[in-house]
Write a protein that binds this ligand. Structure first.
Ligand code: CUA
Length: 296
């Protein structure tokens, strides 16, 4: 994550504002230190009228005029960047992101696609995110692509972003939200438009099959697998779990071993998460993991 290596117009505007502030702040530091050095080595002049007039002019210039100009320039630049990053976009892709302790639900309005923690977007096209929370305040931050916006219960915020190059950009919840705040990461995956369309079509489809183990274990009480009887709405939608590259909100890679461990002992991987340990016979665990791995 590096906001100074922007991969989209919004992050570029913000990085530009950062460098402007660094340049102005750096120049003020250098000038102030130079004046300090001069003051240390200059002999104090005898007090007379002309000296005190010079002092007064120096104080007015250095204490009033220069700060006013500097702050006005920074305020103008800040308002301009704020207007740019919050401006309405032409033909954006709408995606809703809902914060949970401690993971992200991702909904594609107008389709049946629901996923978690990994947000696919098309390259080169503006995206408008609707940001909401079901529990506490979270904050959505993908520094390479855009600024940071809070997800506040009972309120809908929006954030526009755009990726100019295909790639995977990591994001992080940026507001302390519970024991697993640190592990509330996300990935924004910018795909070429055709790849994105194919991905979205695949995600909108229901699962190809159901699993008696999944339905009989406690899984279905919390998780949805579209096209089956599992319709829980507490944990992430698992309809296409196998298409995701990570588990536990980008805590571990989505591998066979991690998936089995996540089911039986998520607390050792993400202590304090809402995923309880699920007790299963070895045969049932194998069947469950095999089923979840088939959900691509
Ligand atoms: Cu969600 Cu920190």
């Amino acid at each position: 994550m590096n906001g100074l290596d922007p991969h989209g117009p919004d992050a570029s505007h913000i990085a530009g504002l950062f460098w402007l502030m660094v340049a102005i702040g750096g120049a003020i530091y250098v000038v102030t230190m130079a004046i300090l050095v001069v003051a240390l080595f200059r002999r104090r002049p005898r007090l007379n009228d002309s000296a005190s007039r010079n002092d007064r002019a120096f104080i007015i210039a250095g204490g009033v005029i220069v700060p006013t100009v500097v702050l006005a320039v920074i305020a103008f630049a800040t308002v301009r960047v704020t207007n740019r990053v919050t401006a309405a976009r032409d033909d954006p892709v709408h995606i809703d992101v809902v914060g949970y302790q401690c993971w992200w639900q991702v909904v594609y309005p107008g389709t049946t696609a629901v996923t978690a923690n990994e947000i696919h977007i098309p390259v080169g096209r503006p995206v408008e995110l609707g940001l909401e929370s079901v529990d506490v305040i979270h904050s959505f931050w993908v520094p390479d692509l855009a600024g940071k916006v809070d997800l506040i219960p009972g309120r809908r915020n929006t954030l526009s972003l755009q990726a100019d190059r295909a790639g995977t950009y990591r994001g992080q919840c940026a507001e302390f939200c519970g024991l697993q705040h640190t592990h509330m990461a996300l990935l924004v995956i910018a795909d070429p438009p055709d790849t994105f369309d194919d991905w979205l079509r695949a995600q909108a489809k229901p699962a190809g099959s159901s699993s008696p183990v999944f339905d009989q274990a406690t899984c279905a009480g919390c998780h949805t697998i579209r096209g089956t009887h599992a319709r829980g709405d507490i944990g992430p939608d698992l309809t296409h779990l196998a298409s995701r590259s990570t588990l536990g909100s980008v805590t571990v890679p989505n591998t066979h071993e991690n998936l089995a461990r996540w089911i039986t002992d998520a607390q050792s991987m993400k202590p304090g998460s809402n995923m309880p340990p699920v007790e299963l016979s070895p045969a049932d665990l194998d069947a469950l993991v095999a089923y979840l791995e088939s959900l691509d």
